[in-house]
Design a protein around this ligand. Structure first.
Ligand code: SF4
Ligand code: FES
Length: 248
């Protein structure tokens, strides 16, 4: 395939940035989207130009680093896959592909296609964990009965990889799908009950302080989420928040 790439180039956080056009040839359908960008970068380096900065790590849909907005969609045109798992067969010879960073006030651009998502880390640090009693009297987790439904729903919530596609897809830049997945994975399990009240209050407070917008139930986050995180998690987080507020 021969393609035309229109890529957001931005030297640093203070640069205004602009779309730059790059023709690319010889792209195979079974290449991944990131492999296609690797080929472009090889060419740029060979020509003495600055390669395009983009985030990636695992390249197998686990780490959540590969945050690209491709033709106006977070992670591109395929469903339930990350950018690193997107294959070039989803495009046609002659296509023009726009590639931009995830855009949100709480995800400032660092360079080109790389954004700073440390706001997600700070939300996690504010409560997205359980404290473990290491006194020697710790109950064996396997001896605590958990219903199959609760275990399945907690596992589904725990598949969130923190990529930020939900934020990038939302017209309000809301992080509710991410935060609700992180709240739900513990709220559904007995081990998560001990700190449940503080967890939801602290995580929602941090989410608001980071500058994410409010949820208005448009559902774009659920559609673009590569892990199929359900809006039901947002409803659960709202219930948890209401109950915690009444207790607090
Ligand atoms: S909820 Fe989905 S889109 Fe949002 S951070 Fe988690 S995996 Fe990514
Ligand atoms: S590079 Fe890890 S999820 Fe894409």
């Amino acid at each position: 395939m021969n393609l035309t790439l229109k890529i957001w180039r931005q030297k640093n956080a203070n640069d205004k940035g602009q779309i730059v056009t790059y023709p690319i040839t010889g792209i195979e359908g079974d290449m991944s989207f990131l492999e296609m960008l690797d080929i472009l970068n090889d060419q740029l380096i060979t020509n003495g130009d600055d390669p395009v900065a983009f985030d990636h790590d695992c390249r197998e849909g686990i780490c959540g680093m590969c945050s690209l907005y491709i033709n106006g969609e977070a992670h591109g045109p395929d469903r339930l896959v990350t950018t690193c798992q997107l294959h070039m067969r989803k495009f046609k010879d002659g296509d023009t592909i726009f590639i931009e960073p995830f855009r949100a006030k709480a995800f400032p651009v660092i360079k080109d296609l790389v954004v700073d998502r440390s706001s997600f880390d700070r939300i996690q640090h504010s409560g997205g964990f359980i404290s473990v009693n290491t006194s020697g009297n710790t109950q064996d987790a396997n001896s605590i009965p958990i219903s199959k439904n609760a275990a399945d729903e907690a596992m589904d919530a725990a598949t969130c990889i923190g990529c930020g596609a939900c934020v990038a897809s939302c017209k309000n830049s809301s992080a509710m799908l991410f935060v609700s997945a992180k709240v739900s994975q513990y709220a559904l399990l007995p081990q998560g009950q001990v700190e449940a009240t503080d967890r939801v209050l602290n995580m929602v407070k941090q989410m608001d302080e980071e500058g994410f917008g409010n949820c208005t139930n448009t559902g774009a986050c659920e559609v673009e989420c590569p892990k199929g995180i359900s809006l039901e998690n947002i409803a659960r987080m709202n219930r948890e928040y209401l109950s915690a507020s009444l207790k607090g």
